[in-house]
Design a protein around this ligand. Structure first.
Ligand code: FEO
Length: 396
């Protein structure tokens, strides 16, 4: 069955439930969708293709709608292969098709797929009339790559926003926010933001502000739900995340070999709770893939990180998370650090180096414990660390 966004605009996207890791490093237990759209008018237009592994299904959907008719234009809003990798197949199938992109689109596209014969370069704000529909292009650099743009269909008010406003989670039956339990997608949408878009929060906020002047009746991203009922909600979320607004709560993450650093985390959590914080998330970094932890860090104000020692350094699994923290730079956080010494020390020392490099806002005294947290003074220091971070987290 084919779903319409409007009378002549069709959804031809696909669901990916077989890829374990998006970008080969972010777990997607609920899958992901590669949304693509077909407009049938005097000209036929495809907006963003799909991932190359799904081309049979994709072409079948297109043929169901247009039969043997050709396709005039393929708009590439973004050259990243999760969207663009079906390009070569589409060109083979429709050799007369013209590929539409902006001045920055074709360098990465041709680097990935070779020379493109028929191309049309559009400027920021330029329009393309295809009959009854009028498409307008807006460049949104760095949301998510330098060549990123969005396409706005003026007569229906549909914004084809590519990565912006997207989320993880394959579409299960309904494709619109009012057809499904949208709250099911909420966490996966924030996780997508925190691990894909968060790094470019400033340009994203700029793009939201700029696109805000359009009369948007529907937001059709290239991943996840299409928003037609509660557009305000998705705009609000993206604005909140892009402007680094946090909620009251604390994320405690530990790396522990024999459970002693884990015990420290539990004492710290008690301190946080004593400060009146109800939202407390405790994660073992060896057991939870870092994208889930990053997502909660983006959400909550307080972050406490602890690692046991490992050959004078820190527990190795912690490296990925702290590297990403310094790469993505979530703002307006309060941090606390702790570590287990083992025989060498090094957990807290290495964490401190990351904290210094990332200019983390440390609000409590670092705590390092020899062996297990069984001595009263150690327990007290850990509890105080939690209490202090908790107090600094309280919304005022
Ligand atoms: Fe969904 Fe930046 O690609």
């Amino acid at each position: 069955m084919i779903t319409n966004l409007s009378e002549k605009i069709y959804y031809v996207g696909v669901n990916d439930r077989r890829t374990d890791y998006f970008e080969n490093h972010i777990e997607i237990p609920n899958g992901v969708s590669y949304n693509s759209f077909l407009i049938v008018d005097d000209k036929t237009v495809l907006i963003d293709p799909v991932e190359v592994g799904f081309t049979d299904e994709y072409l079948h959907k297109i043929r169901q709608i247009i039969g043997s008719r050709g396709i005039d234009f393929l708009i590439i809003n973004h050259a990243e292969p999760d969207h663009s990798s079906a390009l070569a197949t589409v060109i083979r199938e429709y050799p007369e098709i013209t590929i539409v992109g902006n001045a920055k689109t074709f360098a990465p596209l041709e680097a990935f797929y070779g020379e493109i014969r028929n191309k049309k370069i559009v400027a920021d704000g330029e329009t393309l009339n295809i009959g009854r529909h009028e498409l307008q292009f807006f460049t949104v650099p760095m949301v998510h790559w330098p060549e990123s743009m969005v396409t706005y269909e003026q007569t229906t008010g549909i914004l084809f926003s590519n990565d912006a406003f997207g989320g993880f989670g394959a579409l299960c039956g309904g494709i619109f926010d009012d057809e499904v339990n949208a709250s099911f997608y909420e966490d996966d949408m924030r996780r997508y933001y925190a691990n894909i878009v968060g790094k470019v929060a400033a340009p994203t906020l700029k793009a939201i502000q700029r696109l805000g002047s359009l009369k948007i009746k529907m937001i059709a991203p290239s991943h996840g739900l299409i928003w037609r009922k509660d557009i305000a909600h998705v705009l609000e979320n993206y604005t909140k995340w892009s402007s680094h607004q946090s909620e009251e709560g604390v994320v405690i993450v530990y790396g522990s070999m024999y459970g002693n650093t884990a015990r420290m985390a539990d004492i710290i959590a008690q301190g946080v709770a004593a400060a009146g914080i109800k939202e407390i998330k405790v994660y073992d970094v060896a057991r939870t893939e870092s994208s889930f932890i990053m997502s909660d860090i983006w959400k909550y104000k307080g972050v406490v990180i602890g690692a046991c020692a490992h050959y004078g350094n820190m527990f190795p699994n912690m490296t990925m998370l702290v590297h990403e923290l310094n790469e993505f730079k979530p703002q307006n956080k309060v941090f606390g650090l702790f570590g287990g010494m083992s025989w060498s020390g090094g957990g807290l020392k290495t964490l401190s180096q990351f904290a210094e490099e990332g200019k983390w806002n440390l609000v409590a005294e670092n705590v390092e414990v020899k062996g297990a947290p069984i001595r009263e003074d150690d327990i007290e220091r850990l509890f105080e660390l939690g209490r202090k971070v908790g107090e600094e987290t309280v919304s005022r």
